[in-house]
Ligand binder design. Structure first.
Ligand code: F6P
Length: 569
């Protein structure tokens, strides 16, 4: 197949060959060699050079297994693969999601009113703000009690139904702000719950302790066809109707007052029975996993925290977008995180990215970025549909520190090598000055002591010589040896308030786009999720047939047939 004209594939560039050589050299480094991280981080000039900052956020990548020369080669690769052109094409509304013929414009969702962003010939910023204003007005009316439930009660609880991108981002931001002082004050007396899984257990959990007469159900689905979300929506619609019957209220009134929708398929939401004025739209140029800044996230979050907090979050994301689009690549946080990801995953073959927030508030950040990254870049063909000669994508996992340290860090220190991103803040959302109560350090300092210590432990490790000097018995030497030379980046934020959470989101979203641009994949489609859905439909049919008419299970391979029979019997 002949290649279309355009930028060369990354692996066809000189920069790629140089990087391959650099990787080979760095991988040979032994514990005493000049290229081991133990030695590299002693170089003050290198450490100074491998640091970038934006708006009070410091990125320290001196513990990555690279030299300043490697960074220059990565920047050369960015240049050679026309990274800037690709970023601009995304930001200016070109249909870069070629397999679906769509633009990729989630950045426009956080653009201020005075910006002009074209998709095709039309400026999308006014329609973004029109929906945003509607969402804010609706949220205010619910929060103030002006919008009452069907039995005249004030709504104080929201259940947001949605899965994947229609759930993970909103839940991440909800959790991130739950203990932020401003957001918590705005949420006083209010509850937000999520219902994602089709597992009836999740329904039970979502409904536990919840009064339908004071609850608003938000059905969030871009397509309004996702099987799990639709079943959960029907289940909660029945729950509301039953409650209406019990309370002697009108069923239609109950749905009108207690059920709203967020969708890019407005007619499907109205067909479901939700009044058009209660449907909040978004557009096909917003990918599901990139939709938290649309009504998908903005609606549940504005209901919980109010419009001011949500606006601060959107402004934060936009400020990082602006930095991404304007800063020189050598100082550009999302670009650097993206290039380092390519370096680790492709050249050093460290294909796991561990996201390690030293902030309990960010507990759902790894799960959200896991979807954004793995659904975006877990691909095997180029944009043109040719098989990739390299492996793209990363396996993303993570947990907040210090919890993770007592869980999977053993493997990171002495088992397999993975690239770690340590994410922490200077100020805590909830400082406890334990020194006043006789402790040696404040609780936040204790947390952050680990944030600073772990990357050094990973980088420097501990040698047999050092262990011998400590008098470690011979038979334990190998057990206690830490090879070190394990890469990490530290991202130190001033704090995690709404603005900073928005910046964190944009930093990672854009870094994932950078990786996809360099690898040459389409980071904005997700064909890999389809096959399982089709097969589940066949199984669903078989289960229905077996349950309703005792029909024999057939049409599957022997393994599935046998397991289905066991399930049914
Ligand atoms: O199955 C994957 C997926 O399509 C995701 O990309 C998406 O975020 C999720 O399902 C939910 O889709 P929807 O918002 O259309 O219900």
């Amino acid at each position: 197949m002949s290649r279309k004209p355009g930028p060369p594939a990354a692996w066809e560039t000189d920069a790629w060959s140089k990087l391959e050589k650099s990787a080979a050299k760095l991988q040979q480094s032994d514990a005493d060699g000049p290229l081991h991280l133990r030695q590299l981080i002693e170089d003050e000039d290198r450490c100074e050079a491998l640091r970038a900052s934006f708006d009070g956020i410091t990125m320290d990548y001196s513990r990555q297994k690279l030299t300043t020369e490697t960074v220059n080669e990565l920047l050369e690769l960015a240049e050679a693969t026309h990274l800037k052109v690709k970023m601009t094409a995304m930001a200016s509304g070109k249909a870069i999601n070629t397999t679906e013929g769509r633009a990729v414009m989630h950045m426009a969702l956080r653009a201020p009113k005075n910006e002009k962003i074209l998709v095709g010939d039309s400026d999308v910023v006014p329609e973004v703000h029109e929906v945003l204003d509607r969402v804010y007005a609706f949220a205010e009316s619910v929060r103030s009690g002006e919008h009452k439930g069907a039995t005249g009660k004030k709504i104080d609880t929201v259940i947001s139904i949605g899965i994947g991108g229609s759930y993970l981002g909103p839940e991440f931001v909800f959790e991130a702000l739950r203990t932020d002082e401003t957001a918590a004050a705005a949420a006083q007396g209010r509850t937000l719950k999520f219902l994602a899984n089709v597992d009836p257990v999740d329904v039970a959990r979502a409904l536990s302790g919840v009064d339908p007469e004071t609850t608003l159900v938000v059905v969030v689905s871009k397509t309004f066809t996702t099987a799990e979300t639709m079943l959960n929506a029907r289940t909660l619609r029945r729950w509301l109707e039953d409650a209406a019957t019990k309370a002697g209220a009108d069923k239609a009134e109950m749905i009108a007052k207690h059920m709203i929708a967020v969708s890019a398929a407005v007619p499907k939401a109205t067909d479901f029975g939700i009044a058009e004025e209660n449907v909040f739209g978004f557009w096909d140029w917003v990918g599901g996993r990139y939709s938290v800044c649309s009504a998908v996230g903005v609606m549940p979050l504005a209901l919980q925290y109010g419009p001011d907090v949500v606006q601060a979050f959107l402004d934060g994301a936009w400020s990082m977008d602006e930095h991404f689009l304007s800063a020189d690549f050598s100082e550009n946080l999302p670009v650097l995180v993206g290039l380092i990801g390519v370096w680790n995953a492709t050249f050093l073959e460290y294909n796991v990215q561990a996201l390690l927030p030293y902030s309990q508030a960010l507990l759902r950040f790894p799960a959200h970025i896991q979807q954004v990254s793995m659904e975006s870049n877990g691909k095997r063909v180029t944009l043109e549909g040719e098989h990739l000669p390299i492996e793209a994508g990363e396996i993303v996992l993570g947990e907040p520190g210090t919890n993770g340290q007592h869980s999977f860090y053993q493997l990171i220190h002495q088992g397999r090598v993975m690239a770690c991103d340590f994410i922490g803040s200077i100020k805590s959302q909830q400082p406890i000055d334990a020194t006043a109560q006789g402790e040696d350090v404040s609780n936040h300092d204790e947390l952050m002591a680990n944030f600073f210590a772990q990357p050094d432990a990973l980088a420097t490790g501990k040698t047999i010589k050092e262990l011998e000097a400590e008098g470690v018995p011979k038979d334990l030497l190998n057990h206690k040896e830490f090879p070190g030379n394990r890469p990490s980046t530290q991202l130190l934020f001033p704090c995690f308030d709404a603005k900073r959470v928005g910046q964190l989101l944009s930093l990672y979203e854009n870094s994932i786009a950078v990786k996809g641009f360099i690898w040459g994949v389409n980071s904005f489609d997700q064909w890999g999720v389809e096959l399982g859905k089709v097969l589940a439909k066949q199984v669903r049919g078989a289960l229905q047939g077996a349950r309703a008419e005792n029909a024999p299970v057939k049409g599957f391979n022997p393994a599935t047939t046998s397991l289905l029979k066991t399930y049914l019997e």
